[in-house]
Design a protein around this ligand. Structure first.
Ligand SMILES: Cc1cc2nc3c(=O)[nH]c(=O)nc-3n(C[C@H](O)[C@H](O)[C@H](O)COP(=O)(O)O)c2cc1C
Length: 175
């Protein structure tokens, strides 16, 4: 029975996403005492509306807030789109501002993209605004992700595998 839980969010909605596959890789690393949930409802989060941003928000938002609230640690793993944070991920994060869901939560940030520097930097700012406990040792930018995974979604680059393991260990140590 897990006594700690990690809640993982992929910023990509794409079937076969590299970022989803990274989360599945990390999920397999999780020891038995750590539960690892990969969020699968990002597409259902409605556009952020300050008028609906209260204690009874839309159902999918309430569920997301509850997942975050009950998790001991968070992983965000995302691509970059048009030099920015994928819109649906940013939208979901906007819904967590007023609820304070991420305040002090140990968080690993992984940006796996073609380049990814801009989205990574923007997310560090956003997560700072949300007062998440972004762990420096669990913060990882993986450029050229396409060349580091095979067609079955397995990581093929040893140094990326080692970096991901180190980031995951750093998060687990903070749970
Ligand atoms: C509309 C669009 C815009 C993109 N813009 C960028 C970008 O600005 N920087 C970047 O590093 N990659 C960019 N990419 C490439 C994605 O990061 C790459 O396809 C990545 O693998 C997507 O992540 P996923 O495999 O998890 O879906 C873009 C892809 C799309 C579809």
């Amino acid at each position: 029975m897990p006594n700690k839980t990690i809640f993982a969010i992929s910023g990509s909605l794409r079937a076969g996403s590299f970022n989803h596959n990274i989360l599945r890789f990390l999920q397999k690393l999780a020891p038995g005492e750590i539960g690892f949930t990969i969020y699968d409802n990002l597409a259902q989060i409605p556009p952020f509306d300050p008028g609906l941003d209260h204690e009874s928000p839309p159902e999918s938002v309430a569920e997301l807030r509850s997942f975050i609230k009950h998790a001991d640690g968070i992983i965000i793993c995302t691509p970059e789109y048009a030099y920015g944070v994928p819109g649906q991920l940013k939208n979901a994060l906007d819904w967590t501002v007023s609820s304070g869901s991420l305040v002090d939560k140990p968080l690993a940030l992984i940006t796996a993209s073609t380049g990814g520097e801009s989205a990574h930097a923007a997310l560090l700012l956003i997560l700072g605004a949300l007062s998440a406990n972004v762990l420096q040792e669990a913060t990882l930018l993986i450029p050229f992700i396409r060349s580091k995974m095979d067609l079955q979604g397995n990581l093929t680059d040893d140094s990326t595998i080692e970096s991901l393991k180190a980031a995951f260990d750093a998060l687990c140590a903070e749970l």
